[in-house]
Design a protein around this ligand. Sequence first.
Ligand code: SF4
Ligand code: SF4
Length: 186
Amino acid sequence: MSEVPERGEYASRPPRSVGPVPPPAILEKIETARKLFEEYGALLRADARVAAQLECARRKIERSRKANVESGVAAACRRCDEEEGGSCCGAGIENRYTPVLLLANLLMGKNLPLKRRSENDCHFLGETGCSLDARHVLCVNYLCTRIQKELPARELIRLQNIIGEEMDAVFLLHETIKKTMKSAGT
Ligand code: SF4
Ligand code: SF4
């Protein structure tokens, strides 16, 4: 199966874009994820470990979103995107995604877009932000220097702890999905 997100990728996200991307790459991964979903979706949802990890990841993602709003990070990022043109969801970041991580999003009920909003944007950037729930560590973990400076230290630590729990939960979900499909004979 394809590359696994590296658990240790806690460093800064690359600059706004990671460069030109061969257009079919992400579409091929989306197609693979859809095929896996058709073949194994029911089995995965019925598996107790996968169901538990899905539920856990959902809770952690929601908690993380709430913390982003409460801390003011969500509003700062919206301003940055809409008024300053500084969104860091640039083209090429979608290539970090594996078919299994995309499959996790399908299991969470998300739709995977087939068209990109703009050639400079990440494939998954929608009108109201990211169209995914289960996101790569590079997406979840990134806080730019400005935000790190503006947030009070205590708030920054609280946010990082919550974000860390989201990353752990999504990583475990990814691994559990892989193992379950492997035992089913993929
Ligand atoms: S993390 Fe920083 S650079 Fe990225 S969108 Fe938010 S404010 Fe802008
Ligand atoms: S996957 Fe989502 S959060 Fe990550 S770069 Fe793309 S739009 Fe932004």
